[in-house]
Design a binder for this molecule. Sequence first.
Ligand code: NAG
Ligand code: NAG
Ligand code: NAG
Ligand code: NAG
Ligand code: NAG
Length: 486
Amino acid sequence: MELRLCLVLALAIGCFVKCSEARHSVARRSNDVNYVDDEAGDDLLADAASDDDTQNDAEGGDEEEEVEDAIIITQSTNYSVDLGSNVRLACQVSPSVGVVVQWRRGTVKYFLGTMKPTEQLLQTYGIDERFSIAPNSTDLLIRDVQPDDSGVYSCEILQENLPSIHHRVAVLESPRIREFIATDNGRVTEGADLVLTCDVTGSPPPKIVWSRDGPNGNERLHERDGEFFNNSVLIRNVNRQHTGKYYCYAFNPIGSNQAEVNVHVKGKPRVHVHRTVVNSAVNVEAVLQCAVHDDSDVRIRWYKDGQLVSNTGAYAVVSAGSRSNLTVIPESDAHFGTYTCEAENDLGKHNRSIDLVQSPVVENLDADGPKLSWTIHSHQPLRQIEIQLRQAGGEGEWRTITVPLPEERRHVYNQVYLLEDVESGKYEATVRVQNDKSWSHSDSALFDIEVQPELIQHASVYRGGSDSLRPTMLALTTLIYLLVRM
Ligand SMILES: *[C@@H]1O[C@H](CO)[C@@H](O)[C@H](O)[C@H]1NC(C)=O
Ligand SMILES: *[C@@H]1O[C@H](CO)[C@@H](O)[C@H](O)[C@H]1NC(C)=O
Ligand SMILES: *[C@@H]1O[C@H](CO)[C@@H](O)[C@H](O)[C@H]1NC(C)=O
Ligand SMILES: *[C@@H]1O[C@H](CO)[C@@H](O)[C@H](O)[C@H]1NC(C)=O
Ligand SMILES: *[C@@H]1O[C@H](CO)[C@@H](O)[C@H](O)[C@H]1NC(C)=O
């Protein structure tokens, strides 16, 4: 032993001295123990190589052998370990024999020397067979690393100065979504609370981003969309707009994972009708169309003036899923009237009505500058069409403008009429139409008429030849000319 180790006491000055024969050095300074291993020792001690070998030998020979404290050669290290793999936590000590090493994690003592942990320890701390001391060493071996194995492991030598090192073990696990669930399997009723829970594991603990497929594609859920806690999101008082596909996206530095769940918010049915007024005539087939929005478990029924319509005679009902058509071939005036489409599910019912009429149906009244347009549906011949117009505000007098009847007889007439003698301003207009059965009129429409200067100039070019120009328009043109010249 004396030959292998050359010990130099440097209690006051703490200097290194080379041991040329053994090429193995230990430097001691007061209570600290600094060990320098073979390779590092060569470098560190290179400067000291010029020291007098003879002197060292002499000194070494003079010293009495002391009982040397054991030391830990290994440095504290951080270990990153993949889940399920094995890890060997090094703790090399010197001397390697006759030293008692204790491994512990926090206050939990794992091994004393190479002894197996006691049954009591195993039970108390759940230490299992995955932990062992590597053969012929003082290293701790952990097999099949689990997420809970993350932590700080200390290796210490049981001697008075208790040298120790502390290894930090981080178990790395890509996020794994064990389950992504929604309240009642995602089938919730309007007004209820929806909880989505994303049960995810991983190390470091994954973060979650919630999103859903919305009208503008995949949209992230924000604080205003729900309450976020742990691995869940709570959306209170859901409505139909909450129906859709929800995503849980979990990520940590190791990787990411994603799961999705479908949510369907069920409510009272909502009935929509294609048209609210339908024109027909005796022996002319009319199709009344009804649709129920996004609800499959509905019963659809038709009523005529409050009486259930049966699929016979003048009527044919064809329903497919959430849609239904009632085809009517009126045999007499009695088949005209109000038809109601009603949808019912276990949460309630809703209806919308359609009037089947013989009078004209006038709709889509619109204005583009002084140009008015509208549509007339009438299976009966048209008798008269007129526009009623007044300045908006309710004060002005109604003016009636007679519109020429279309030459051809059809069922649908798309009409356009240019108002020729109006000034710029806000107007209110209605179109009244009479057919063989009766009069009816459009909804009244409000619009701005702006008489464009270009239009006036354009018109003024053809002033001489055009007899469609009215005095008012000419007066206006002249006025604008004057204004421009001034
Ligand atoms: C180990 O990790 C801890 C915390 O992450 C850090 O403070 C320390 O510096 C690391 N030690 C080494 C040797 O990398
Ligand atoms: C076990 O330790 C002894 C003494 O320290 C050493 O001679 C031997 O080589 C070691 N065996 C292994 C497999 O490391
Ligand atoms: C979050 O999880 C913790 C631990 O699992 C639990 O104690 C706590 O009640 C949860 N918080 C909510 C709001 O559910
Ligand atoms: C349609 O709904 C209204 C309002 O809920 C109800 O008063 C009416 O009786 C319903 N009509 C039919 C034919 O079911
Ligand atoms: C209802 O009628 C329309 C127009 O004729 C047709 O496109 C639609 O497929 C019909 N729907 C059903 C359920 O028969």
